[in-house]
Design a protein around this ligand. Structure first.
Ligand code: PGA
Length: 224
């Protein structure tokens, strides 16, 4: 049976000792078996989190939160696909915080997708409108994360999860164009996660704020 994807986007949070505490608590929780739990830590934590998971035999996967649009080489500050691949199997690309704060445009995002797929990383590409998939093809092995900007919990005082009906409509439109897996993100929490996972055509959820505290995340996972 296909597993439900739950990706924990830690964003620019957690020191090593905070990550250790999180892993220790989540590791001993009694979690559903049908989940593909993908932890998305900062680059600084990829080595530590992936080693911890290996040593302790935990059933979690790892992803980076971004990727260089270039190969390895003279690109100061960038992290290339081969550097990520040492620790991770997934990479988040085109999160709206990156599109907004770092002016990432379609061209940049396409380069990153290309680098991820040729580097054997599975891209989880965040989109908030359909034009952002204009030049995608279905054979790229991409996961789409539908995240309406205003639904992201930290997007402003009026941030609010998208209604499951609207998510369902949007996902149908994506699926008319592409046969790719789609997950939903934006203010997903323990009270609403089931509503999204119950939708036809939804393969999982991308969880930001509610993935940070182990207790919140464990409670959410138990509802999945
Ligand atoms: P949120 O973040 O769950 O805190 O809304 C989701 C995301 O931005 O990936």
């Amino acid at each position: 049976m296909k597993k439900t994807i739950i990706a924990a986007n830690w964003k620019s949070n957690k020191t090593k000792s905070e990550a250790k505490n999180w892993l220790e608590q989540v590791a001993i929780a009694d979690l559903p078996m049908n989940l593909e739990i993908i932890i998305l830590p900062s680059f600084t934590l990829l080595d530590y989190v992936s080693s911890y998971i290996k040593v302790n035999g935990l059933p979690f996967r790892i992803g980076a939160q971004d990727i260089s649009p270039f190969e390895s080489g003279a690109y100061t500050g960038e992290i290339s696909s081969s550097q990520i691949k040492e620790f991770a199997d997934y990479v988040l690309i085109g999160h709206s915080e990156r599109r907004t704060n770092f002016s990432e445009d379609k061209e940049m995002i396409n380069k990153k997708i290309e680098k991820a797929t040729t580097g054997e990383l599975i891209p989880i590409v965040c989109i908030s409108d359909l034009s952002q998939i204009d030049n995608f093809s279905s054979n790229k092995g991409i996961i789409i994360a539908y995240e309406p900007k205003g639904a992201i919990s930290t997007s402003g005082p009026n941030a609010k999860a998208e209604s499951p009906d609207l998510v369902s409509e949007f996902v149908k439109k994506i699926k008319e164009r592409l046969s790719l897996e789609v997950i939903y993100g934006g203010s997903v929490d323990v009270s609403n996660v089931r509503q999204y996972l119950n939708l036809e055509d939804i393969s999982g959820a991308l969880v930001g704020g509610q993935s940070l505290e182990p207790k919140n995340f464990i409670n959410l996972l138990k509802k999945c």
